[in-house]
Design a protein around this ligand. Structure first.
Ligand code: DAH
Length: 361
């Protein structure tokens, strides 16, 4: 065998060495397959490109002695073709693996049900508050909002709560170090609103209130109240009863009845507490042959306090009690929510456990 043929065999051996590296590739994912294709292109450039040893061998053909020339040329051609075929076949295979991976990655099953984006919703207290607000707005009431940190004057004095009254005790009310009170009732907004707008006035004031209660199933130190106030010429207790009856009917249904019981609040005279006939047992006290839960079998649910605005309160707001009279009422939202949804523990409303909250959309 001539020396030239040996050189051709050498060139082929060099190719085989690189080719062996390709065998170690495993084409089990797209990344590997793309890497394989890159390696293959490098091998092609190196062994069949212009600067490859095969190209230089082709150029050598003319210089080989005439008797060896044909054999040499045939050998170079044969080996070069073998290299090219091997590379072409491998390229086809890797490319088809790549396109399979890509197809699998991109294919979409159009029959799959769509994925709904998770959307939030309002908190159950907000939903109830808005329902009540809508009812009062439709009856001509404005919604009033005011501060949660109050002076002693607005939290107590203007509301005719005298010095020494138990509500003023620091056991019941949170005070800041500067002596401000976190409002313990939304009744403070009655004063603020009358100072701002005078009479006549018709407002409801929903908001947070704070009391020094140890949290348990029925108490939390921050909860919500809705306050109502209506002051005009000739307002009587009948208007109070009619208004309360109307909004509860709109909330719980036409057949809802209300009753008022004498009570005492410093800022109203006379004062009354109001109850409504149970929405679950329609006031019968029995539901599905058992003692009704929300009303504890009484048929009535106690809701809030109310009364005719005390003349001292009107006077504190520069409203003349000789000309104007009014009624006011207030009640807690958490209690109402707990009754409506049969919740034993009002703290659930503040724990922000989505599994609980999601039930009330
Ligand atoms: N502020 C009272 C409370 O927190 C509720 C209340 C009673 C509000 C009588 C009123 C009212 O406006 O007239 O218990």
């Amino acid at each position: 065998m001539t020396e030239e043929i040996l050189t051709a065999k050498k060139a082929y051996e060099l190719f085989e060495k690189d080719w062996d590296n390709l065998k170690d590739l495993n084409l089990t994912n797209l990344e590997e397959a793309e890497f394989g294709l890159k390696t293959l292109i490098e091998i092609r450039n190196k062994h069949t490109g212009k600067k490859s040893s095969f190209s230089s061998l082709m150029k050598l053909i003319g210089q080989v002695s005439p008797e060896d020339r044909i054999a040499f040329a045939q050998e170079v051609q044969k080996l070069k073709t073998r290299v090219e075929i091997a590379i072409d076949l491998a390229e086809r295979e890797i490319k088809s693996v790549i396109s399979e991976f890509k197809a699998a990655q991109e294919s979409k099953d159009v029959t799959l049900p769509g994925r709904r984006p998770r959307v939030g919703h309002l908190h159950l207290l907000t939903i109830l508050r808005q329902q009540i607000e809508d009812i009062f707005v439709s009856m001509g009431y404005a919604i009033e909002d005011d501060r949660e940190i109050e002076t002693d004057y607005y939290n107590f004095e203007a509301l005719n709560i005298p010095e020494g009254h138990p509500a003023r005790e620091s056991q019941d009310t949170f005070y800041t170090t500067e002596g401000f009170a976190l409002r313990s009732q939304t009744s403070t907004v009655q004063i603020r609103a009358m100072e701002r707008h005078g009479a006549p006035i018709r407002i409801i004031a929903p908001g947070k209130v704070f009391r020094r209660d140890t949290p348990d199933m029925t108490h939390v130190p921050m909860f919500h109240q809705i306050e109502g106030l209506c002051v005009d010429k000739g307002i009587t207790m009948a208007h109070l009863k009619g208004t309360v009856a109307e909004w509860l009917r709109r909330l719980f249904g036409k057949e809802t009845r209300i009753r008022i019981r004498p009570s005492y609040f410093p800022f109203t005279e006379p004062s009354a507490e109001f109850d409504f006939s149970c929405f679950k047992c329609s006031g019968t006290g029995t539901f599905e042959a058992e003692r009704c839960r929300p009303c504890k079998g009484s048929g009535w649910i106690e809701l809030g306090g109310s009364g005719m605005v005390h003349p001292n309160v009107l006077r504190a707001c520069n409203v003349d009690p000789q000309v104007y009279s009014g009624f006011a009422f207030g009640f807690g939202l958490e209690r109402m929510c707990a009754l409506m949804y049969s919740l034993d523990d009002i703290r659930l409303m503040f724990e922000n456990d989505v599994r609980f909250l999601e039930q009330f959309r």
